[in-house]
Design a protein around this ligand. Structure first.
Ligand code: FES
Length: 82
């Protein structure tokens, strides 16, 4: 099935969305109604860390990449209760 380069993203709490390769993670999250916490927006503080298919990345300086899987599973890397 053709999907026009869209990558399916599974967000925490069962939310789903789509993004295109090269799109920033913050933009992809916003489109899906997900608020990723941010701080410095320059890749230094770690407030925006998310887990993408088990790998921790800093969302403010990372883009969605096609990884050969059909779906990308995202978890928040930081404990929201600290
Ligand atoms: S907001 Fe500080 S590392 Fe992303």
């Amino acid at each position: 099935m053709k999907n026009n380069g869209q990558i399916e993203i599974i967000w925490p709490e069962g939310k789903t969305g789509k993004a295109v390769a090269g799109e920033s993670w913050l933009s992809a999250a916003r489109k899906s109604g997900i608020a990723i916490p941010t701080g410095c927006l320059t890749g230094k503080c770690g407030a925006c860390e998310i887990e993408v298919n088990g790998e921790v990345i800093r969302a403010c300086i990372s883009n969605v990449e096609k990884v050969g899987k059909e779906k990308i599973i995202v978890e928040f890397a930081t404990d929201p209760y600290w």
